[in-house]
Design a protein around this ligand. Sequence first.
Ligand code: AQP
Length: 344
Amino acid sequence: MTEQVSYSGPQRIFSGIQPTGNLHLGNYLGALKKFADLQDAGWEGIYCVVDLHAITMPHAKGALADQTRQIAAAMMAAGLDPDTSTIFVQSSVRAHTELTWIFNCVARMGWLEKMTQFKDKSGKDSERASVGLFDYPVLQAADILVYKATHVPVGEDQKQHLELSRNIAARFNQQYDVPGFFPLPEGLIEGPGARIMSLKDGTKKMSKSDPAETSRINLIDDTDMIAKKIKKAKTDTLGDMPETMEEMAPRPEVANLVGIYAALAGMSDEQVLAEYGGKGFGTFKPALAELAVEKLSPITKKMREFLDDPAEIDAAMAKGAEKANAVAAPIIEEVRRVVGFWQV
Ligand code: AQP
């Protein structure tokens, strides 16, 4: 959908991460690192541990709060500063769920039926999936728009959901005749690390829910484990490291390892190939392992320090919830007026 009148409010970032298990290298490069870089570049940012999203799939009730703290610790360890950015837990700001309901009445069934993540996550037995899983992208749209966020840093897997958020925003503005009321949020997707693939299958994204532990590098993996997983990462039988991008194109597993190296080192794929092209994996894999350990271990260390003091994490999240609520509350009040609910 296109808009006649564009949004003229402040530029603001929103993004979230689910507390659904151990964070991995894909979450770090596709999300956490970007968040910290954007904060350091001066963006106003609102970052959220999306626990309401986490309950759309079967989950252990007892684990939810601990996993929420782990994500909060990872956000801070990756460089998000709770005094500069807003970091909080989704379920502590009620406006997210209120706006979700309103958006449920704006979004169309046909739009949601096209969402590939629902198809992937519900599998063959979609009849038994929760309604929440189907509605997941509407909650995501509410997360973003309850802050009138204009930009959303995410990995490439979230592109389709972001498009849906834009459609919901445009439809709301049109349906209630409030042109430019909600911004049409734009993705900040490009760049190294936007799509890190499984270490076992170069065509499948690295994911927390992949049952194969060796498919991903977790942020909490120790040095030996990282080296072991990279050593065991799948390559192919097409010989040594490619020397050009053309040679690398039909080799998804190799392209993934090169992409990981590039994202961690702040280099382009071409620069990595210039350095390692023609060399054996016996040379490249240990270099990659060393680089991954060098970049990840300070974050892991900080994360563990935060986790040793859960009260400090909880205090930071409580403060973040207050800040988030101060932005969301007037926006949800405006929405209520626009929709025309009875008001006292
Ligand atoms: N493989 C990836 N490469 C780059 N970015 C990725 N992200 C996830 N996987 C990759 C980005 O990480 C952010 C947080 O993701 P999430 O935890 O909210 O949900 P997700 O995308 O569903 O992540 P997972 O690991 O695949 O979790 P499960 O297995 O629970 O579904 C998002 O910005 C995402 O783009």
